[in-house]
Design a protein around this ligand. Structure first.
Ligand SMILES: Cc1cc2nc3c(=O)[nH]c(=O)nc-3n(C[C@H](O)[C@H](O)[C@H](O)COP(=O)(O)OP(=O)(O)OC[C@H]3O[C@@H](n4cnc5c(N)ncnc54)[C@H](O)[C@@H]3O)c2cc1C
Length: 500
């Protein structure tokens, strides 16, 4: 049975102990399960346990739920270990999703919760042909609209392929009938002329727009040459939207990503215990004993339960005294998280004068990109992401003082949109490796010495301990969907008869 109690003389728990969830369904033997961490994985585990009629209690170290789903608004403090605090100065109604910001349309589990819990969604414009490709390292290479490179490249490659087909170079690979049909398709695919040559296309942009009268036809920009195309700045980013995780339709909750964890927490009969920093994870009889400290009062408490679902980020978990088996402890200890930096500013939407509404310009360099807001079109003040860098670029940016990170991000915007660096106000930078209770954005399976095979042991229960969190999924921490998948899996394991 679950026991919640004080440890040590004089210890007290602010706000009293949580009421246990009332069972919606009544299994014969409701289990008491403590969930460690109220990120999406912990909230999802608790919500699913509650739906199955069990009694989850969630312990969360921060004063808020959501973990890496963190929406910053005016007045919020950004605390970084070892650095000065920053205060967010955005106007009312504006926000920055410092962590999770987009939901692909095929992430059915997170979208399922939005539907179930009534979280309103809107389109998040993840890519736009009006945005720019640029390379800060090659200022001599002018910025170029994505639509120009994408369509001129398609036209040029279609013409080349058609020439190769017509010239017989591919006769061994392609039979005559296929060649004929492919040629027809290439003509429309590449917008080729009657002679199967590419002379430019309005798809790539307009030198002159359509006019008021029927004979004022639009004129296409002259096409970029093949040489100019392969020299285009940030060329590989033309494939950005082909990634299944980046394709339209991309969604976001209206008002900030934290609307999702807030709705999940509100659906729990026993609200997560906030400011409850887990300090010991013990076996107790056939179950568990969890010791935590109230970060506001300093009081220590303990809770006993049948099982624990542990979603605490692994580098933090590795430092918590715990009765894990040696194999589990070793797997937890070897994981290294990556780095990711986001820099945001409030600004008048100068980009709308360049016909940009949402989407991302790619800039190269340590700041990587400029990400334009969705959901605030034409508002006089909006929030622009001026840098979002991970891995090596994230580390390089994070190695500098915060003020420098903000200055570098501003300069990058100024290079891409000349003269507009000065429009950016109240910059804030989030360095995820320094965010307490996260200590990193995610892990990279192919970097930092991480080893997927060595971490696999965490997929199995270790006696009464089960593990969940987006870091365990194939998404490796990059997506909320992985957090939910891993939580649902942990819940189904926890409810099996033979666990522990
Ligand atoms: C920069 C960035 C961009 C991202 N972009 C996207 C995106 O666009 N779309 C998307 O779907 N996902 C995105 N993600 C990933 C997504 O945010 C995460 O995968 C997901 O939120 C992780 O959920 P989790 O519950 O597994 O972990 P967490 O959210 O890390 O939850 C773990 C919880 O444990 C708590 N905790 C830590 N230590 C203790 C302790 N000692 N005691 C008690 N509690 C403790 C933490 O406070 C936290 O609340 C992004 C993440 C980052 C960082």
């Amino acid at each position: 049975m679950l026991l919640l109690g004080r440890l040590g003389a004089g210890a007290a728990v602010a706000g009293g102990f949580p009421t246990l969830a009332r069972a919606a369904v009544s299994p014969e033997k409701p289990l008491r399960i403590i969930v460690l961490g109220a990120g999406i994985a912990g909230l999802s585990a608790a919500y699913e346990l509650q739906k199955a009629g069990h009694q989850p209690v969630v312990l969360e170290a921060r004063g808020r739920v959501g973990g890496r789903v963190w929406t910053l608004r005016g007045g919020d403090r950004i605390r970084h270990t070892g650095l000065e605090d920053q205060t967010v100065g955005f106007d009312d109604g504006l926000y920055l999703n410092a962590g999770a910001a987009r939901i692909p349309s095929h992430h059915e589990h997170i979208l399922g919760y939005c539907r179930e819990l009534g979280v309103p969604l809107e389109v998040m414009v993840n890519s736009s042909r009006s945005t720019w490709l640029y390379d800060q390292a090659r200022p001599e290479a002018a910025r170029v609209r994505q639509r120009e490179v994408i369509n001129d490249l398609r036209g040029a490659l279609s013409e080349l392929l058609e020439k190769a087909l017509a010239g017989g170079s591919l006769d061994e690979q392609v039979d005559a009938d296929t060649r004929k049909r492919l040629a027809e398709f290439l003509k429309s695919y590449g917008d080729l002329g009657d002679a199967y040559d590419y002379r430019g296309s309005t798809r790539a942009g307009l030198l002159k727009p359509a006019g008021a009268t029927a004979n004022q036809a639009p004129a296409a920009l002259p096409p970029l040459t093949l040489r100019q195309l392969v020299d285009s700045p940030s060329l590989s980013m033309v494939l950005f939207e082909e990634n299944i995780l980046m394709q339209a339709t991309m969604l976001q909750p209206v008002g900030g990503m934290d609307r999702i964890p807030a709705a999940m927490a509100a659906a729990l009969h026993a609200p997560p215990v906030l400011n409850a920093e887990v300090r010991e994870i013990r076996r107790h009889g056939s179950g568990v004993r969890i010791v935590w400290r109230d970060r506001e009062t300093g009081a220590e408490s303990a809770a006993d339960a049948d099982r624990a679902i542990v979603t605490i980020p692994l580098p933090i978990l590795a430092r918590i005294p715990a009765d894990f088996s040696p194999g589990t402890a070793a797997a937890i200890a070897r994981v290294r998280l990556s780095e990711s930096v986001k820099v945001g500013f409030q600004s008048a939407p100068f980009w709308e004068a360049e016909q940009i509404y949402g989407g991302i310009s790619f800039t190269g360099g340590d700041t990587r990109l400029v990400w334009y807001p969705s959901g605030t079109f034409m508002k006089p003040k909006q929030v622009l992401i001026a840098a979002y860098a991970s891995r090596a670029q994230g580390r390089s940016l994070a190695a500098r003082p915060i003020a420098e990170q903000i200055a570098i991000a501003r300069a990058s915007v100024d290079r891409l949109h000349p003269g507009h660096g000065a429009d950016l106000k109240g910059g804030v930078a989030v360095n995820w490796s320094r965010v307490p209770f996260s200590e990193g954005p995610w892990l990279e399976w192919d970097d930092d010495g991480n080893d997927m095979a060595a971490t696999k042991v965490l997929d199995d229960p270790d006696g009464p301990f089960l593990f969940a969190g987006s870091h365990l999924s194939h998404y490796s921490g990059h997506w909320q969907e992985g957090a939910i998948l891993s939580a649902k899996r942990a819940v189904s394991l926890a409810l099996q008869e033979n666990v522990p």
